[in-house]
Design a protein around this ligand. Sequence first.
Ligand code: NAG
Ligand code: NAG
Ligand code: NAG
Ligand code: NAG
Ligand code: NAG
Ligand code: FE2
Length: 612
Amino acid sequence: MRFYELFLLSILLGVASSGEAMPKGEQPLSKIAIHNTILAFDKSAYIKASPFVLGLKGENTEWVTVEYGTPSPTNDDWIGVFSPANFSASLCPAENDRVSPPLLCTAPIKYQFANYSNGEYTGTGKGVLKLQLINQRSDFSFALFTGGLYSPKLLAVSNAVAFANPKAPVYPRLAQGKAWNEMTVTWTSGYSINEAEPFVEWGKQGGDQMRSPAGTLTFNRNSMCGAPARTVGWRDPGFIHTSFLKDLWPNSVYTYKVGHHLFNGTYVWSQTYSFRASPYPGQDSLQRVVIFGDMGKAEADGSNEYNNYQPGSLNTTHQLIRDLKNIDIIFHIGDICYANGYLSQWDQFTAQVEPITSKVPYMIASGNHERDWPGTGSFYGNMDSGGECGVPAETMFYTPAENRAKFWYSTDYGMFHFCIADTEHDWREGTEQYKFIENCLASADRQKQPWLIFLAHRVLGYSSGSFYAEEGSFEEPMGRESLQKLWQKYKVDIAVYGHVHNYERTCPIYENICTNKEKSHYQGPLNGTIHVVAGGGGASLADFTTIQTKWNYYKDHDFGFIKLTAFDHSNLLFEYKKSSDGKVYDSFRISRDYRDILACSVDSCPSMTLAS
Ligand SMILES: *[C@@H]1O[C@H](CO)[C@@H](O)[C@H](O)[C@H]1NC(C)=O
Ligand SMILES: *[C@@H]1O[C@H](CO)[C@@H](O)[C@H](O)[C@H]1NC(C)=O
Ligand SMILES: *[C@@H]1O[C@H](CO)[C@@H](O)[C@H](O)[C@H]1NC(C)=O
Ligand SMILES: *[C@@H]1O[C@H](CO)[C@@H](O)[C@H](O)[C@H]1NC(C)=O
Ligand SMILES: *[C@@H]1O[C@H](CO)[C@@H](O)[C@H](O)[C@H]1NC(C)=O
Ligand SMILES: [Fe+2]
C-alpha cells in the first residue's frame, strides 16, 4: 500500500511540473484506476463529502455536502460525481458524435463547475456544493478536476459515501397490464434471483394483503448496440422486476409495497404506496388522462449532465405531482429521459417521476431517443439513442405490447380506447405495424368506448414545426399518407404526438381539409380527426414556421401537457396546460351522442345497399 501511494505521488509531481507539456490525451494519472477512497493527489488540493452513510431512515434520495479546495483554482475546475466510487479517470476520446465531454472512461453520473456556488472561487480556491444523490445500487465518490471537460486532470478524490442499503427496491412504476383489470408494478433493485425472491404485497386498502411474485430482467453491456451505451456511458442497471396484480375490482383503491425475500430469511421492503384500479371498459364515470412527450430529466441541485437540454422537465414533473389526485392515467409518448447512452440517467429519471409512477399508470411510447441506431432495424438509421437501441426503455418500463421490442400496443381506460404506435418502426401500409393499427382502431366498440385516441412519438399527422415546414411536409415524411384513411374510417377523435417540442392543435381534418369550422365546442360528428402536438414536456423548445397553415387553431412555444376529461359517453373536455403554472391556455369540448359517431362522412362508412 505504502509503496503504491509513493508511486502515485511521484507520478503526481511529474504532472505538476510538466502537466501542460503532456501530449494531448495522455496523462500518467489517467492510466490509474482509483481503488483507494481518499487520495490527495495534489497534497494541498482536497475534496470531501458528508455524511458517509445515506438513507439511514430508509430514504432513497439524500443531499450531501461536498467541500473542496485547491491552491491554483481556475474557472475550468469541476467536480464529477462517480458511482461506483472506484471509477477510472483515464481519458477516452469521443468515438462518435454521441459521446460528449467530460471525456473520461467512466462517465460521471453528473458534474458541476467548482465556481458554481462561490463567485470568488478563482480567488479563494475553496468551494462547497450541495448535491442530491439517489439510491442507485453503488457507492459514490466526488472528484475535483482541473483542465476543463475536454482534457480533465484529476486533483483529488473524496471519501466514498453510500446508501445504508444500496440494493434496496426503488422507484416503483405502474402500468396497465394486457387485461383491463390487471395492474403491473415494475421496480429496480440490486437483488438478483440468486439472492432473493421479488414480490409485491398488495390488497384493497384496509383489507387483506396478498403476495404476488415478480419476474426479473436485466441487461448487460453486450445488449447495447454502440457508444456511449456500450462504452463510457455503460452502468450496471441492476435488476428490474415486474409483478402482475390481477383480477382488480374496478375503481377500488389498493395499497402495495414491493419486497425481496432473502434466502437467509430476511425481508427487505419498500415503503407502502397506493393506486386506484382502472375502470371497466365502457364504464360511465369521470376519467382523466394526461398526455405529453419529450419530457426528459434534470437535476434538482442544478448539476450538469450529458445531454443536458430538458429545461422544462422539472416544472412538468412538479405540476403533475401537484395535480395528481385529478389525474387517472398518464401517457409519456416517447423521448423519455434522453439518457442517450448514459445509463445512470435511467435511474435518475425513474427517481424523478416516482411520486407519479407509483400512484397512477404511466404508459410510455418509444421515441427516437430510445430506439434509433444504425444497422439495428430502427426505421431511422440515426444515432439518437446513443447506442441504447431501445433496450433500457423496453426493460425499465412495462408496456402491454405482444413483443416489447415492437413498441406498439393498445390499452383501454373506461370510455377511452388508446392505440399507441411506434414511429421508430415502419407503420406504412403492408407492414406488421399497420395491421396492428387497423386492428386496434377496429376493436373499439364506440357505444362503450366513444373516445378513440391515437398516440405516436413523431408527428404522423400535422405540425407547423419549422423543421417539418422546411421539408415541405408539415409532418414526419410519409407520416399520414397511409394512416389517414384509417383514422377517417375508424373515426379517430384525437391523435397526439410529441417529437416537436411545442404545442399545437389543428381543426378536425382529413386529407389536408378542415372538416369542421368550429373551434371550441364540437357538437355532432367531427367528420375528421383533431391532431395535437404535445411535445413540450421538457426538452428545449422547437420553433414554429412563420407560414400560417389553414388547419392550425392554436400554437404555443412553451412547456406544457394536455389533459382529456371524459365526463360520460357524450362529453369530453380537452385542455392544454403550461408546465410553469398549471393553468389552461387552450381548450375545447366535444358533445355528441352515439348516433353522431355512427353517422357517415367522407370515406368513413362502408358501402350500403339501397335495398330494404
Ligand atoms: C464558472 O466556470 C464556468 C465554466 O468554466 C464559466 O462558464 C463561468 O463563467 C464561471 N463563472 C464565474 C462566475 O466566473
Ligand atoms: C470497482 O468495484 C466494483 C465492485 O466492488 C468491482 O467490480 C470493480 O472491478 C472495481 N473496479 C475497479 C476499477 O477497481
Ligand atoms: C441476511 O442477509 C442480509 C444481507 O446480507 C443481512 O443484512 C441480514 O442480517 C441477514 N439475516 C440473517 C437472519 O442472517
Ligand atoms: C418553471 O416554472 C417557474 C415558475 O412558474 C417559471 O418561472 C420558470 O420560467 C419555468 N421554467 C421553464 C424552463 O419554463
Ligand atoms: C359532416 O359530414 C356530413 C356528411 O358529409 C355533413 O352532412 C355535415 O354537415 C358535416 N358536419 C360538419 C360540422 O361539417
Ligand atoms: Fe423525438
